[in-house]
Design a binder for this molecule. Sequence first.
Ligand SMILES: [Zn+2]
Ligand SMILES: [Zn+2]
Ligand SMILES: [Zn+2]
Length: 482
Amino acid sequence: MHLSYGLFCRWRPFYVVTPTARDRQSCLCKMHENGRLLFLKLKQLGKLCHDTLDDCIDKGFVCDDPNDSCYLRECTACAEKIVAASTSDEVVKWSQWETEKHEIRLYTGQCKNVSKLVKKTKEGTESELCEQFNNFFANVLVSHTYRIRHQFAEYCKAKKGTESHAVIICDFSENYANKFSRAPQSTHFGASQQQSTIHTGVAYINEQVFSFATISDSYRHDPAAIWCYLTPVLRWLLARCVLLTAIHMFSYGPSTQYKNKTNFFLTSYYRDILGCELEFLSWNYFESGHGAGHGKGAADAIGGTLKRLADNNVNKGTDIPDAVSLYSLLKSASKVCLFYVSDAEIKAVDQVIPSQLSPVRGTASIHQILSKGDGKLKLRKLSCFCTWPDPCCCYRTFETSFPPPLACKQDDTTGISSDMDVNTTPTTTSAEISDPPIENVECSVKKTISKPYPLVVITCTKLFIYVKFCIMNPNTPPDQSL
Ligand SMILES: [Zn+2]
Ligand SMILES: [Zn+2]
Ligand SMILES: [Zn+2]
């Protein structure tokens, strides 16, 4: 039957749909995508006998009965293996994603260097393409793939446990743009466009699952902010699950957020921050570019659900002008455990971080840090729970220690800080220490009726005084937040 292409398309069955912008895959890993581009080109040229990228890795570049060292490129038997071979001088073209440095001029006239990821067309002989493929797989993609699988397997292993330890997966949701149900046009632009930070996560303890989120008026996503967002969550979990002795954190590893010397420092002193007798805390990092789809999606889903719920309420006429309103609204409308942290509280954590922290060697390749809260940290390039709950020394574990936290200065606006010496254990009662800030705050309650205000001192650590906050919002009854 002869049929025009237009007619063929029009008569397609209803379940064959055209791709839309939403079907694009836009969160791919650069390394995997470059590997795939090389693989597809060689496959097209008929130079590969393996059907998939994973086949090339698992059957081509490692021993027949592979172990850790084959994938980590430490086995001498398979280190020299190649998969693609050609002696042809025929010129071919292929694509690769590359990072390029660009200089941009700011509106102030200053110049700034930025990195741009661009898709470039490469040209070379067939033998050069084969060489690039072999080098890239052997030196980069094989170990990268192994780390993705290993970290996810350890995450699954850690999740299967007793009531004595929790696995927490956390991530930042994209900031929520605060909205009014009706607003003049200029509120959408520049400084008028206010946002709220949402740090989300899921905690797994034995068979129980707890979803949580911390909302803040701060735009900060750095370690001091992360620990502020996490502290009320961890304290709430520890109060709820009294058998808990260890927590394993899992996150993606961007160097500005979770994987850097400041987070290592704060993790090493978690007891001082949390003010709880938690015996052990580990922080595990998924391989870069592979948090999503490997468990981290659970944290993403919470952010999506909360933002959709907030938008639905805006559509029905509720105003969400700031982070406090977002928190109050979601607290009453959602089942996710919600916490609120103000920008001022994060500044209190800043004050305990020494300004000159030494960087930890090989930070980028570290995938697990282990702490007992005493300022010391064990680090290694892959997570391991092989002898858990006893510690193991696999993957060339090494140790480092950090200087003690600085004593923080008193801050009347939040009432969460202390001016105690870090080297002395507090012996005074919380009421004695906290009397002055509480008085100050009570005076300010009338002025800031919709902002959270400190109500009762719960406990004090070497670094902080923990205070129960209250929100007086005209729309919601007084409610505790911390
Ligand atoms: Zn990848
Ligand atoms: Zn081998
Ligand atoms: Zn081990």
